[in-house]
Design a protein around this ligand. Structure first.
Ligand SMILES: [Zn+2]
Length: 351
């Protein structure tokens, strides 16, 4: 979780107060996401939400401008859930740092990044990404010891949102604040200031650590914020599920994503660390790359000493989903419609 600093400029409208989404996914009223079904009863990592150094995938191309966001809630398909605006306003960088995406385990095994980091200067206002109630505003979120100034999250605010998803409660987390402005019990609207960017807790510099939590206010309940924050208008999101010859999700596997023709630099993204991240209940993904201008992209990586590649279109405001399997290679098809198997039931978290 954590860390880092510095980038470019501007973008989207984070401040609109859109209508409140309601859980509308037909037939699914789960009590707990089946996100980890793929990993079965696999042990949850002992999550420590922070780390200190730089992982491998190189820098994200940073442009100085991005279009305004789609209004929230934004859902082109019935399985989309871009319910949240961005926690940093449009006059600052408000997209995730490329090197610290969700689901990375960059240092020790079992130290996982449970959110995204957004680079921002100390003192930048941190905005509520949706309407909700402040349920926590203090030091001590990780250690659950109020006032603990050694807590890795530093000063953090948690919102319980007015809306949920599939019958489950949604929370957002804003960490490392230099100053907390919101107070517990306060009801906030989208765009209300919750606090200021800082580097409290374990960080290497001022930034915002942002999490989406579904079904419970713990770091075991996190999902990839890049599937929850509205895209810039005209831009889309690449989502992939990559599995090996054993049908297992590929671990921290480096994938290159290059626009065609390449007006924009190559982007690199790692698949989630196996067992360390929750996949979306529908997509069951292990790779997400958001904020891609619509157009044709080449997705490429090395697999078993071969350079594999395929092309996929990114559409405005939409998710482009692909799978890779050892047997069938690349496929660009939506996931199967969830069946009852998709409903939870087995997931029990034992911290
Ligand atoms: Zn972080």
């Amino acid at each position: 979780m954590i860390i880092l600093t510095s980038c470019a400029s501007a973008t989207a409208t984070s401040e609109e107060t859109g209508p409140t989404p309601t859980a509308v996914i037909a037939g699914a009223t789960a009590t707990r996401p089946a996100a980890d079904a793929e990993h079965g009863a696999q042990p949850k990592p002992t999550i420590a939400p922070f780390r200190f150094a730089l992982p491998t995938p190189g820098a994200e191309p940073v442009s100085g401008w991005r279009p305004p966001l789609y209004p929230v809630p934004w859902a082109v398909s019935s399985y989309d859930h871009f319910y949240f605006a961005r926690p940093i306003a449009a006059d600052n960088v408000n997209w995730p740092l490329a090197e610290y995406r969700y689901g990375g385990v960059f240092f020790a095994p079992n130290v996982v990044h449970t959110g995204v980091d957004i680079d921002a200067e100390e003192g930048t206002p941190i905005l509520a990404t949706g309407p909700g109630t402040v349920v926590s505003a203090d030091w001590g979120l990780f250690t659950e010891v109020a006032g603990n100034i050694t807590d890795p999250y530093g000063q953090a605010v948690v919102l319980r949102h007015d809306f949920g998803y599939k019958g489950q409660t949604l929370y957002t987390v804003y960490a490392h604040m230099s100053e907390i402005i919101a107070v517990v019990g306060q009801h906030v609207k989208t765009g209300d200031v919750l606090g200021l960017v800082g580097d409290t807790g374990i960080t290497t510099g001022p930034h915002l650590h942002f999490e989406i939590r579904l079904g419970g206010n713990t770091f075991f309940n996190t999902y990839n914020p890049e599937l929850w924050m509205a895209p810039p208008q005209g831009w889309g999101v690449l989502v992939g599920r990559l599995t090996d010859e054993d049908g297992k999700l590929m671990n921290q596997f480096l994938v290159e994503v290059r626009p065609m023709p390449s007006e924009v630099p190559l982007r690199k993204v790692l698949t989630y660390a196996v067992g360390a991240a929750n996949s979306d209940p529908y997509y069951q993904e292990n790779l997400v790359l958001s904020d891609l201008p619509a157009g044709l992209y080449k997705i490429a990586f090395e697999y078993k000493d071969k350079n594999l590649q395929f092309w996929a279109d990114i559409y405005p405001g939409q998710v482009t989903y692909f799978t890779f399997t050892d047997e069938d290679g690349f496929t660009v098809l939506p996931p199967p419609v969830p069946t009852l198997d998709f409903l939870p039931g087995t997931a029990t978290v034992v911290p």
